[in-house]
Write a protein that binds this ligand. Structure first.
Ligand code: SF4
Length: 394
């Protein structure tokens, strides 16, 4: 059955599961592959785009090309994907179209081709401006390459650029982190994401840590010191924190990610991509063989059911929990009237007790923006955000 959804726009995430080589800390669904394998993947991805586009005719207001390393794809491969998207979906004329770029895999010519394909926002994976830290992380590029790719992106015409940075690295002290931040600010991107490293189980980093082969991780105190410095330093330089780990100049928040935090529907296309669409959560198969098989079966059957793995119908309780713990990630917090509009119940009715306790503890505060009453994390609440949000599980 064809679902016509002409009113509410959706977001699209496109997954490119290829990397030149795995970084030591990475547990994303990605790995090396030949150009032929990547060509074959594009064929199936385009088939999936057409199939789902025919089933759900939704306008699209944000697109995010992530991975993996989308910039490992050739311009021809990327153009083909973007062309298929535009042929299939009603992409709004001012849609935000972001793409992740690894500085070790792009150059000026590629960046110009991305512009031509309609990409209007780049997210450059810099992580650090210290070559020692980059080597330790197993990144394939140097700090100089990151700077060069930033300048090349400007020259190619990109006016909306994010730099991804990573703190709390083994051996990193507040001084080396502040060096990375200063260099980032000197380049003058519109947006900076600064995440703390997480040692994921099963990664080479976790094994090295267990074997005592990594320099010591920053202490909790140092980690907090770096976090506070980040907020203060970036604010002094015109970047406002709008989410726990994200900072932007006026007018440059990432619309796509804000969509995730505010319950915007999204369709994930490609290997292992997750969706929150039509009242349920699901993800595509995460083995290439299963993915190809599911795309073929789905195209033959005229339904995307074969692609929907780990389906989860979202209950009102699931949605209310999520509204709180994703919404509180944003410094603007959650709106009381929006909660009532979505769920037909007041925040007081559902979470009154938790809210009163957390107000007393000083981890949340009440605020009002344009007569909209809201609840947001305090500075202290940001430090203990995980504990605060866990209390909203029903
Ligand atoms: S480039 Fe990104 S996706 Fe690829 S291995 Fe490194 S961190 Fe993972």
């Amino acid at each position: 059955m064809i679902e016509d959804r002409m009113i509410a726009p959706i977001s699209i995430y496109l997954h490119f599961p290829f990397c030149e080589r795995k970084c030591r800390y990475c547990d994303f669904l990605s790995g090396p592959a030949s150009k032929e394998k990547r060509d074959e993947y594009v064929t199936f991805l385009c088939r999936e785009i057409r199939l789902r586009g025919a089933l759900f005719r939704a306008p699209v207001d944000t697109i995010f090309l992530g991975g993996g390393t989308p910039s490992l794809m050739t311009p021809v491969q990327l153009e083909k994907v973007m062309e298929t998207i535009r042929d299939t979906y009603n992409v709004e004329h001012d849609a935000e179209i972001s793409m992740e770029v690894n500085p070790g895999t792009a150059d000026f010519a590629k960046l110009c081709a991305y512009q031509g394909a309609g990409i209007n926002r780049l997210s450059i994976g810099v992580q650090s401006f210290s070559d020692d830290e980059l080597r330790l992380l197993g990144r394939i590029h140097t700090a100089d390459q990151a700077r060069e790719i930033f300048y090349a992106a400007r020259k190619a015409g990109f006016t909306n650029i994010n730099l991804d940075l990573m703190s709390a690295l083994p051996g990193q002290d507040p001084e080396s982190w502040s060096g990375t931040l200063r260099e980032a600010v000197e380049l003058g991107p519109e947006h900076i994401s600064a995440y703390s490293l997480i040692l994921e189980e099963g990664t080479p980093f976790a094994a090295m840590f267990d074997a005592g082969q990594l320099p010591a991780l920053p202490s909790e105190g140092e980690d907090r010191e770096m976090y506070h410095f980040t907020g203060e330093f970036l604010a002094e330089n015109g970047y406002r924190r709008y989410e726990i780990s994200n900072y932007a100049r006026e007018g440059y928040v990432c619309k796509h990610n804000c969509g995730y935090w505010t319950g915007h529907e999204y369709l994930g296309l490609g290997l292992g991509a997750s969706s929150d669409f039509g009242g349920e959560r699901f993800r595509n198969p995460d083995s290439m063989e299963e993915y190809r098989k599911a795309v073929t079966e789905a195209a033959e059957a005229g339904t995307d059911n074969p692609l929907r793995c780990e389906r989860q119908k979202m209950t009102p309780d699931d949605r209310m929990e999520e509204f709180m713990f994703l919404g509180l990630r944003m410094t603007g917090g959650v709106s009381e009237s929006e909660f009532t509009r979505r769920f037909g119940r007041t925040l007081e009715e559902v979470f009154g007790e938790v809210i009163r306790r957390q107000l007393q503890q000083g981890v949340i505060r009440r605020c009002c923006v344009d007569e909209d009453h809201r609840i947001a994390l305090t500075e202290y609440g940001l430090d203990v955000a995980n504990h605060v949000m866990a209390e909203y599980l029903l």
